[in-house]
Every structure is written in structure tokens, then in C-alpha cells.
Design a protein around this ligand. Structure first.
Ligand SMILES: [Zn+2]
Length: 645
């Protein structure tokens, strides 16, 4: 770096900074708090107050920044926070201090690579622009050979990489002594084949004995929240502030902010000791006189928690505004949860539909895989295509929405080859026999066409009349379990071909909610009242995959806890098949079920009216089988409708 190029128009302090950059003098031992108070300027663009950073403006930030400084022995720092609590600015102060004073590698992780780019171009660029000491260190990225791109910043002795938690490659890119994990609750749970992105990034720090890892986030729901797990494992510090009346030191808790019905503007904070109502204008003094207190002194990971009540006056919502927002949020459970996460910085309990794989496994019945229990009168199949296998589920259906997992397999095959598809055909051709020894055929088979679409359509095109349909997940939420089909085969003039391939849109989130609600309700029932049955000896991975997702009420969508979820996806397809307009099992009335039952599970009196000893069971089966075939109208109707479609 050519130091003289940067010296024009700089003051003495900046000259010293430039001198370090050129390697003339060792950096002084300045902490993050002192650096921020001396050098950091908050950007003029964006929210908040522009101008010099003052730790006294956000008094609870001082100790957090002290922990980020080398003079503090800790290696991990956890900050669980509400929005508008300056958490990211503390991290940014750390970044600025690092660029200015350290000769080491640092990694900053944002939830995605896109967000990493945005953070670099907006937050980081503005910080460098506004701090003269940083400007002399980091050459503008337009300069050639500046060692300076959006995601990598290099300067004499130091390097900083900005990565996305959705990219294993970026997380593995280099060893780092300092690691800033921003908004960890928005990270993917797991990266396919690489595991937890936080562990992956932290593994890059282990060679540095004096490393620091800073984890910051607003929390989400219990099973998804990393920051809450980290907080629970930390020494759990709360910021105590003194009551202006009695002097009692206490953490600010939401229950003690109170207001008369319908008058949130009159909200005041009630002291836990003397009960007096404290008006918000006291807050500035209370924060200044506050201190952090740990509840688990034996632990060596400092963990800090801040809720919206602490937000310094003018930097976020006032108490009265929080009260008004709460009055609104109370009316809607989803908004209430969002308020608890974002404003109070607290985790919310899992939705009822959160399922435990071991609990589901313990519900497995006695029927073996491919056995069809009494009462199971119809079958549908769901197939998912993976690059080296087909995942296949066979779901049985009975009255009142009863379902059984009849069979589940992951069939190794190459779906880019004819051999692969023939293997699927062979598997699907193996007949099912019910408890009376009568044959049963699936009414419909739904296969996902999201991957290898052309191969899937080629296969379904030939099998439409046999009740095989291609399905595709709808991209918008709230769609019906199965929607209208789109015609995918067109003539050279662009007209759709009547009997050509078609794809049915599946409302995956709707189907998952339907299924999880049933499974959750079963959890409260005794075994013989349950509506969903599992074959015995389904392997553990089946239950892991089935419970691989959880509903996030904030994002209002299903979130993967684990990368493998084919058991759940295939069940969704089998459910879509059952709801297909040509089948509509969910709309069947009792006469239809009774007719099917009479055919498939005839009363023993009908079959064995004559002394049965002399009768060949083969003859019985043949006769009953024929009755069943004629009575299983649904299968025929399915084929009929598909032919018409
Ligand atoms: Zn008091």
C-alpha cells in the first residue's frame, strides 16, 4: 500500500493511522469501546442518529464491546436482542476496530450471500466512508489490485471475508481469528452434506487460541432459535437499572409495563419493589446507572439479553408505542408471537404442530410394512425423484380421514436412465393384499416433477390412464392441497395436446398443516383412537424425515430443520393424490365407504356361508376378488376422469 497517496488532507491522528498501516509502529492496545468512542461515526444514510458514536447513548453496549476486546479472556459472546437495540452497530464497531488496529483474519457471516453483499455495499461501505481512519486502510474497491472486492477486504496485515450462511464454500474459505455471526436465527438449519453453518464457520477459528466469536440475533420459535440455545448455555446477563424512587435494581420486564384499558399512551413502568409507576423520561438516567448481572456465574460464555423496554429514548419505539402495538398484536396470535420475538427479544414456544420423531415412532402399530390393516380401504402413492433414488410412500385411507403408512422405501436408481424408471415400475407393480387376502391397487400415484421434469413427464405421459400424475409444489402459500393441472404438452402451433402431459399444483404448506394437525391431535389420544397409523419397523430416518420441518409463525412458512424431508414430501404427494378430482377420498360419504368395505372386507358369514372346509381358498379369493374389482369404483372413475381430462 502506498501510504503517501492517502496522506493528502489528513490530520495528525490520521497520519498516525496511516503510519500503522504502512507498518511503522505497532497498534496501540485500544479496546472496541474506546475505538468506537474515538473514531466511529454513524452513517448519515439509513435509520438512527448520524454523527459520532457515543457509548453513553447506549449504556448497555459498553460491556458487550469490552467482551469483544482482546483484554477480555472470553472466546464467545452471545447477544439475544429485540430489534432497534444497536446489536448490529456493536458488531460494526467491532469490525471498524478490527480493520483499524488488527493484523489478523476476520469473518463476518450474514444469513445469505445476497445479504452479505448488501451488508458490505451498504453498512460496511458507509462505515468506511464515514471514518477517516478506516478510509486510509481500505483502498476503494474500484482501484486495481486493491485487494478489495465486495466480499473480501485486504489491507496491510489484515484480511476480512464476508460470507453467507447458505454457502458452505464461503464459510470454509479461510481461517479466522474473529468471527461475527450476525442474525444467526435467520441462518439455514443445516447445509446439505455439510451440517450446521455455525459449526462450520466456528471450525475455522479453532487454530487461534485468542479467538472471539460474536453471535447476535433476535430470536424465533423454540425449536428454530439458535440464539436462544446459545443464550441458555451462557452466563445469562440481565441489565439491572435502579428505580428512581426506591433505588431497587431490577431488569425491565414486559409484565411491569402497565396502562389503563385502551389507553396505551399512559403506559408507565411499575417498580418490582416499591410499585411506583415510573415515567419513561426517567429511562435515560436509569440506563446510565445500570449494570449487567450474570445469573450463571460458573459459566465462561458471556450472554446478554436486551428487550425493547431498554431502547434508549429516540432510537426506537417508546413505551407508549410498544403498549399500543401490543394492544393491536393481542388480537392475532401470529402477531403476538412476532411482537414477543422482535420487540421483547424473547423466544416463543413451538406451535402445537411441532412433532417429535421418537414420539411418532413410539406410535408404530403391529402391522408389518405392506400389510393392510382392517379399515384401510384405499391406497394412494407419493413418489419423490432424487438424483440417485426414488423415495416412495404408500398411504392407506379409511373412513373419517384415517391414514396408514403402508409402505415406505428409498429405491436406489438412476432417474436419468430407462433402467431407473423400470425399477420404479417394477416396485409399483408388486401387488398389495389386504387382511382378507384380497388384492388392492393404488387409486392414484403422484410423482414430483420439480426435478428432472422432462424424465418425469415422459414417464407419466404413458401412464395417465393408470392413475399416475405429475405434481409440482405451488410457490405461493395457502393453495389447496391439489389445484388445477396445467397442460404441459403443446403442438407445434402452441395448442395444448388433449391427452398430453400435465402437471398438478400441490399446496404443500396446506397439506403439511393438514397432516401435522392430525399427527399432533393423535398425540393427545390413546392408541386405538388415533387417526394415523404407522407400520412397524419403519426405520428411524423415516421419522426424522417426516418431522424435518416446522411451521414458523413469523415467516409464515414451513422451515426445514433437517435437509432430508422426503418422507414428508412423498406423504404430501400421496395426500394430493387422495384429493385429486377423480378420487376425492376426503369427500366420500358413508355409502361409498360401505360399498368398498363390503367388497374388500366382506363379513365372514358371506364368505364362509357353507362349511368352508371343502372349499378351496383359491376359489374364495377369486370370487371375492372379482367382487372387489367391480366395486372399487373409485379406481375406474379415476381412470375415466383422467381419460376425459
Ligand atoms: Zn422502586
Amino acid at each position: 500500500m502506498g501510504a503517501p497517496d492517502f496522506l493528502t488532507g489528513l490530520d495528525a491522528a490520521q497520519l498516525v493511522g496511516a503510519a500503522w498501516a504502512a507498518g511503522f509502529a505497532p497498534p496501540p492496545r485500544i479496546g472496541v469501546r474506546e475505538w468506537a468512542d474515538t473514531h466511529r461515526r454513524l452513517p448519515t444514510k439509513g435509520a438512527g442518529e448520524p454523527g459520532p458514536w457515543r457509548t453513553t447513548r447506549v449504556p448497555y453496549s459498553g460491556e458487550i464491546m469490552d467482551c469483544l476486546s482482546p483484554s477480555h479472556p472470553c472466546k464467545r459472546i452471545v447477544f439475544m436482542k429485540s430489534v432497534q437495540s444497536a446489536g448490529t452497530e456493536m458488531g460494526n464497531n467491532w469490525v471498524g476496530w478490527f480493520i483499524d488496529t488488527q493484523k489478523a483474519p476476520m469473518m463476518i457471516v450474514q444469513p445469505t450471500l445476497d445479504m452479505a453483499e448488501r451488508w458490505s455495499k451498504q453498512r460496511l461501505a458507509a462505515m468506511i466512508e464515514d471514518c477517516p481512519t478506516l478510509r486510509v486502510r481500505i483502498a476503494p474497491s474500484r482501484a486495481r489490485d486493491s485487494g478489495n472486492t465486495t466480499l473480501v477486504k485486504e489491507w496491510a496485515g489484515g484480511v476480512m471475508v464476508i460470507s453467507g450462511a447458505n454457502s458452505g464454500a464461503s464459510l470454509r474459505s479461510m481461517p479466522a481469528r474473529y468471527l461475527f455471526l450476525d442474525e444467526v436465527d435467520a441462518y439455514p438449519r443445516e447445509l446439505e452434506g455439510e451440517g450446521d453453518p455455525v459449526r462450520l464457520a466456528e471450525a475455522r477459528t479453532t487454530t487461534f487460541p485468542r479467538r472471539k466469536v460474536f453471535l447476535v440475533s433476535t430470536p424465533t420459535i423454540a425449536s428454530l432459535s439458535r440464539i436462544n440455545k446459545e443464550w441458555e448455555a451462557s452466563d445469562q446477563r440481565r441489565y439491572l437499572v435502579p428505580c428512581p424512587e426506591c433505588g431497587h435494581e431490577q431488569p425491565l420486564v414486559w409484565d411491569n409495563l402497565r396502562w389503563p384499558d385502551g389507553k396505551p399512551a399512559e403506559a408507565v413502568y411499575h417498580c418490582a419493589a416499591c410499585g411506583i409507576g415510573i415515567a419513561e423520561h426517567h429511562k435515560t438516567d436509569m440506563l446510565a446507572a445500570g449494570r449487567w448481572q450474570a445469573t450463571h456465574l460458573e459459566r465462561d460464555v458471556p450472554g446478554f439479553h436486551i428487550n425493547g423496554l431498554y431502547t434508549p429514548i429516540g432510537l426506537g419505539l417508546a413505551w407508549a408505542e410498544l403498549a399500543a402495538e401490543w394492544d393491536e398484536a393481542k388480537k392475532d396470535p401470529a402477531r403476538q408471537k412476532t411482537f414477543i420475538n422482535l420487540r421483547l427479544g424473547e423466544v416463543v414456544a413451538d406451535p402445537e404442530e411441532k412433532l417429535d420423531p421418537d414420539d411418532l415412532a413410539s406410535r408404530a402399530g403391529n402391522h408389518k410394512q405392506r400389510d393392510i390393516p382392517p379399515g384401510c380401504l384405499a391406497l394412494t402413492v407419493g413418489v419423490d425423484v432424487q438424483k440417485d433414488r426414488f423415495a416412495i410412500i404408500v398411504i392407506g385411507h379409511g373412513r373419517g380421514g384415517a391414514m396408514w403408512v403402508i409402505d415406505w422405501t428409498e429405491l436406489p436408481a438412476d432417474p436419468t436412465t430407462d433402467d431407473g424408471w423400470q425399477a420404479l415400475d417394477r416396485w409399483l407393480a408388486v401387488p398389495f393384499t389386504n387382511s382378507r387376502g384380497l388384492p388392492m391397487k393404488p387409486l392414484m400415484t403422484a410423482i414430483d416433477s420439480g426435478y428432472l421434469t422432462d424424465n418425469v413427464l415422459a414417464w407419466t405421459r404413458e401412464r395417465l390412464r393408470r392413475g399416475v400424475i405429475a405434481v409440482k409444489g405451488a410457490s405461493t402459500p395457502g393453495k389447496p392441497i391439489i389445484n388445477r393441472p396445467s397442460k404441459l404438452d403443446v403442438t407445434i402451433r402452441g395448442r395444448t395436446i388433449k391427452h398430453g402431459a400435465e402437471g398438478w399444483l400441490v399446496g404443500g404448506d396446506t397439506a403439511k398443516s393438514y397432516l401435522f394437525a392430525r399427527l399432533a391431535a393423535d398425540g393427545k389420544r390413546v392408541a386405538h383412537d388415533r387417526t394415523v397409523g404407522f407400520a412397524a419397523a419403519l426405520d428411524a430416518s423415516f421419522y426424522q424425515q417426516l418431522t424435518a420441518e416446522v411451521w414458523d409463525p413469523n415467516k409464515r412458512r414451513w422451515i426445514k430443520l433437517r435437509p432430508r424431508n422426503e418422507a414428508l414430501d412423498t406423504w404430501v404427494y400421496a395426500l394430493a393424490a387422495a384429493h385429486h378430482p377423480a378420487v376425492r377420498l376426503h369427500l366420500w360419504k358413508e355409502p361409498q365407504w360401505a360399498r368398498l368395505e363390503a367388497a374388500l372386507e366382506p363379513a365372514t358369514g358371506d364368505l364362509f356361508a357353507a362349511p368352508a372346509t371343502e372349499q378351496s381358498s383359491a376359489v374364495q379369493k377369486l370370487g371375492a376378488g372379482a367382487t372387489a374389482q367391480s366395486a372399487v369404483v373409485a379406481g375406474r372413475r379415476a381412470r375415466y376422469h383422467i381419460q376425459r381430462a
